[in-house]
Ligand binder design. Structure first.
Ligand SMILES: [Zn+2]
Ligand SMILES: [Zn+2]
Ligand SMILES: [Zn+2]
Length: 157
């Protein structure tokens, strides 16, 4: 990793690479200072986003058997895709295997009971980083494309 890189805005060295909660990597200017009291950053606002290299997974593509790779989009969404899949820039068409599996946000069990059915609640973080409390009995039936179980949801700010 080249941390000696200079900020194109002010010439100061860039900080070490850090990672956002959504898995995106970035490097800030070392002249960027977080003011905890004012809850804002001060100084140089240059941020360099780093392309996250796809990570090869120890899983085989259910369509063609090739290795799957984990990829993070520009918006922090995660997906597993087939390493044989590609994109032809000239024809603007995908090439090879088109298997893609989006990874849903993370759930954490909570020490709270659902006000509707008394089952435990879970904290769900969406791919875009929004958080909600939902009932642990809720689910999604892929075949019929309908929600199952308790529908209690409380979005957190
Ligand atoms: Zn700078
Ligand atoms: Zn495949
Ligand atoms: Zn419930």
């Amino acid at each position: 990793m080249d941390t000696q890189e200079a900020c194109p805005k002010c010439g100061a060295p860039l900080d070490a690479i850090s990672e956002t909660p959504t898995g995106r990597k970035l490097q800030r200017c070392s002249k960027n200072i977080w003011n905890a009291e004012a809850r804002k950053s001060e100084g140089c606002d240059y941020v360099k986003w780093i392309a996250v290299e796809p990570q090869t997974l120890d899983e085989a593509c259910p369509k063609c058997g090739a290795a799957l790779v984990l990829q993070v989009t520009r918006f922090g969404k995660k997906m597993k895709k087939c390493s044989k899949g590609g994109w032809d820039k000239e024809t603007k068409k995908s090439t090879g295997c088109d298997y893609v599996e989006w990874i849903n946000g993370a759930t954490e069990p909570l020490d709270e009971a659902c006000p509707e059915c008394d089952k435990p609640l879970v904290l769900f973080t969406t791919n875009s980083g929004k958080r909600m409390k939902k009932c642990s009995t809720s689910g999604w039936d892929r075949a019929s494309r309908t929600a199952t179980g308790c529908t209690y949801v409380e979005w957190l700010k």
